[in-house]
Every structure is written in structure tokens, then in C-alpha cells.
Design a protein around this ligand. Structure first.
Ligand SMILES: *[C@@H]1O[C@H](CO)[C@@H](O)[C@H](O)[C@H]1NC(C)=O
Length: 458
């Protein structure tokens, strides 16, 4: 019998293998084409195949696995299993994860652990995140747990709209992370309006960075208006830099008015340089134009008074050289007093020759005279009869007259006999001291003997 079958098998193998594949697994039937419409069926036990009339172990790929079938050739139905076809060519079924007639192909990665269909390779089920027969399509962004319908691709559950690509918790529906610009468990709160485009903290809503010009956790406080375009410190509100013309942490103070430019040092308020005519760190000290008394000048730089020795509107011209220490009139150049020995409005004249200690600026009257001279100008000579050549400013001899002359001028002879000192008294001359031993107003009387020195005690 086996020989006969072997012959038939050979014929079948050459002619009708395709037909075999459509048959019930395990029960291969061979049709002889042509006039003989015989149907021959062969059987081997599970895991065996019929070859050359004998049943052999399946030689095919290790991924073949058994499949069950009902043996119902008798009145009793028996459940049998088989690994491969009778030719040993094709598996009946594949291990999970493989497919193809010899299970030589791997199921797509996106099939879940149940693998794929033996013949088509279609996944039984997709991994989360994929859909379609071969699970080659990605579920739409925002599906809860990334899961969507295997056939339609519609999300099983929709995450809140502002969840980002990471979707949301399958149970709570809370987003894993929010789209930039949103916060809260379900990301339904927009970040505060002055957060910059980096958005805000997912939980607190605090801005990552503020738009320029705002500060505070949620950037809802405006920087001082005099901060420059760089805005202010996120926490303190201290300006990075100030608008022109302002200084201070919060740029709340005006720069000094005489800085050369509008700007000044942000911290000190000092000018970088001063307008012409001003000096000092804050340019608030007038730089006077000329030689000002006490360095004091008005807002236009003109001296309130000139330093001694200078004159003119700007106190730049010098007073005449012979003016005294007090200088001169700013406008007229008239000296305010002269140097010793000079007189005249501008002290252009020399005092009289015998002046001592200078002379009056306008009247030229000498302050004092050299010995032997008198008069306002000391150009009169003391009388030759003055003792020691001394006389006062009016010509009176201050040390008396030489004998025989009348005080005070000593220009009239003393006519009184026996008089040692004569003095003018109106138009007359009186003796104020007689020669010894004479006495009396005209020295006509004679003292007694022995009172030689009487007058000395009178
Ligand atoms: C003394 O000087 C005054 C003023 O110059 C003058 O008027 C006067 O004549 C002078 N007297 C003599 C004695 O030179």
C-alpha cells in the first residue's frame, strides 16, 4: 500500500501542490487530474509528515507550531494537532511574533505581544500608540495613553487640549506636561499675560521669564517707567539700566542739570563730564571765568567780585601795578588805595619826596614827613632855629628853639633880656623861663643870692 501511495504522492507533488494548501490542515488530498478524479488523502501523526510513503518529523523552521484539527474520519471526533504540511514545506501555524508559510518573517514591532496573523502578518492587536492592520499608523496626538481605535484611529479617550505630546494620565486625565503657555493639572489656565514665550511653571503658573518691562513671580508688576529698555530685575524690580536723565536703583532720581549729556552714573548720580563752566562730580559747582574773589561767581560764570588785583567784567585784566593790595574798581580801574609812595586815582604819581609812609591817594597829603620837613606835602623845611631840626606838621619846633628865638616857630628873636625861653602869645612875646638868677615875666627881677635854682621848684 505505501508503495502505491508513494507513486501517487510523487505525481501529486509535481502537479497539484497549490491545491493542497487550500485544504483542511493535516488532511492533504491529492487530486489526479485528467480522467481520474480520484481523491487521495494521507495522514501522519502530529509533527510528522508523509514522505516517500513514510511519516517523517517536520524539518521546517523552528518557529512552526502545532495547530489542532478535528479528526472525524470515523464516527468518533478526535482532536489532533499538526506542525507542518505533509511535504514538510509549510508550517501550519507560527510561534508568536513570526509569520509566513515557514514562519520566516517577524511580526511588525508595533504589533503587541500577541503577534500577528500566520499568513498575512496583520497584527492581532497594536501596541499603544498605533493603529491599522499592520499597526503602521500612529494614533493622533493627544489620545489618552496614546491609545486609539485599531480600525478607525480615533482616540479612545481625548486628553485635555493643552496637554503636550506626552499626553495625559489614563486615569486622572491630568496632563503629563502642558503646551507652552498653559498651566494647571489639565493645563487649562493660560500663563499670565506678561510671561515671555517660554511660558510658565506647570504647577504654580510662575513665569519662566518675564516680558521685558515686568517683574514678580507672575510678572504682573511693571518695572519703573524710567528703567531703560532692558527692564528690571525679575525679583526686586531694580532697573538694569536707566533711561537717559535718570539714576538710582529704581531710576527715580534725576541726573544733575549741568552734566554734559543727559546721562549720569546709575549708582552715584555723578556726571560723566560737565557742561562748560561747571565742575565737581555732579557738575554743580560753577567754574568761574576769571579771578573771582573767594571763587564765587554767578550762574553765568561771572565773578560776584574780582580777586584783588583783577578787574573787568570777567576779572581777567590786572589792576595797574601801583594799586595797593585791595586792587581796583572792576569797571573804572581806579585803585582801591595805592601802594606805598604813590597817589592818584590809578596811583600813577609818586608821593612828594619827603613823605614818609605814603600819601593820600587823592590829596597827596603825606602821612608823615622826614625829619626837618613839614607841611601837608612835606615840602617845607623846619625853621633853622628849631632844636635838632625837629618840627611838627604845622612847622612848630617840637624840641624847642635854639637860644634867642621864640617858640613855637622859632622865627622871631627873643628880645627879652635874661630870658632863656620865649613863647609867642598872640602878637606879643612872653618869656616862660628866665636866665638864672632873673625872674619875673620880663626877667627884670633878680632872685636873692643863694636861690640859684629856685625856679626849678616853682
Ligand atoms: C609845596 O607843594 C604844594 C603842592 O604842590 C605847592 O602848592 C607849594 O607851592 C609847595 N611849596 C613849596 C615851598 O615849594
Amino acid at each position: 500500500m505505501w508503495n502505491e501511495i508513494g507513486i501517487l504522492f510523487t505525481v501529486c507533488f509535481l502537479v497539484v501542490p497549490i491545491l493542497c494548501q487550500s485544504e483542511i490542515p493535516g488532511r492533504y488530498c491529492y487530486y489526479l487530474l485528467g480522467e481520474v478524479q480520484a481523491r487521495l488523502c494521507f495522514d501522519c501523526p502530529a509533527g510528522k509528515l508523509l514522505y516517500n510513503g513514510k511519516c517523517h518529523a517536520c524539518p521546517v523552521a523552528p518557529f512552526c507550531t502545532s495547530t489542532s484539527y478535528k479528526e472525524s474520519s470515523s464516527s468518533v471526533t478526535v482532536l489532533q494537532s499538526r506542525f507542518c504540511d505533509s511535504f514538510g514545506q509549510n508550517c501550519y501555524n507560527c510561534m508568536k511574533g513570526t509569520y509566513g508559510v515557514r514562519c520566516e518573517l517577524s511580526c511588525d514591532d508595533r504589533c503587541d505581544s500577541n503577534g500577528c496573523a500566520y499568513y498575512s502578518g496583520n497584527c492581532f492587536r497594536c501596541d499603544d500608540g498605533y493603529w491599522g492592520d499592520t499597526c503602521s499608523s500612529a494614533c493622533p496626538v493627544g489620545c489618552s495613553g496614546s491609545r486609539c481605535d485599531q480600525v478607525t484611529g480615533v482616540c479612545d479617550v481625548e486628553c485635555p487640549s493643552k496637554c503636550d505630546d506626552q499626553g495625559c494620565d489614563k486615569t486622572s486625565g491630568n496632563c503629563v506636561t502642558c503646551d507652552t503657555g498653559w498651566y494647571g493639572d489639565t493645563c487649562n489656565n493660560p500663563c499670565f499675560p506678561n510671561c515671555d514665550d517660554q511660558g510658565c511653571d506647570r504647577v504654580t503658573g510662575d513665569c519662566v521669564v518675564c516680558d521685558t518691562g515686568w517683574y514678580g513671580n507672575t510678572c504682573n508688576t511693571q518695572c519703573p517707567t524710567t528703567c531703560d529698555i532692558q527692564g528690571c530685575d525679575r525679583t526686586s524690580g531694580v532697573c538694569v539700566a536707566c533711561d537717559s536723565g535718570w539714576y538710582g536703583d529704581y531710576c527715580g532720581s534725576r541726573c544733575p542739570s549741568h552734566c554734559l549729556t543727559l546721562d549720569c552714573d546709575k549708582f552715584t548720580g555723578n556726571c560723566f563730564s560737565c557742561q562748560t563752566g561747571w565742575t565737581g562730580p555732579r557738575c554743580d559747582t560753577r567754574l568761574c571765568t576769571g579771578h573771582c574773589l573767594d571763587d564765587t561767581c554767578d550762574d553765568s560764570g561771572l565773578c560776584v567780585s574780582c580777586s584783588h588785583g583783577y578787574r573787568g567784567q570777567q576779572c581777567l585784566e590786572k589792576c595797574d601795578t601801583h594799586c595797593g593790595d585791595d586792587g581796583c574798581d572792576r569797571e573804572t580801574a581806579v585803585c582801591t588805595g595805592c601802594g606805598t609812595g604813590r597817589h592818584g586815582a590809578r596811583c600813577q604819581n609818586v608821593c612828594f619826596q619827603n613823605c614818609v609812609g605814603g600819601c593820600g591817594q587823592y590829596d597827596a597829603i603825606c602821612n608823615d614827613c622826614n625829619v626837618g620837613f613839614y607841611g601837608d606835602f612835606c615840602n617845607l623845611t623846619c625853621n633853622v632855629n628849631c632844636n635838632s631840626n625837629l618840627c611838627s606838621r604845622n612847622g612848630a619846633c617840637t624840641d624847642g628853639c635854639v637860644d634867642g628865638w621864640t617858640e613855637p616857630i622859632c622865627d622871631r628873636p627873643c628880645d627879652v633880656e635874661y630870658c632863656s625861653r620865649c613863647r609867642e602869645s598872640g602878637e606879643t612875646v612872653v618869656c616862660v623861663q628866665c636866665d638864672s638868677p632873673y625872674t619875673g615875666s620880663d626877667c627884670s627881677r633878680r632872685c636873692p643870692e643863694n636861690c640859684e635854682s629856685l625856679y626849678e621848684f616853682s
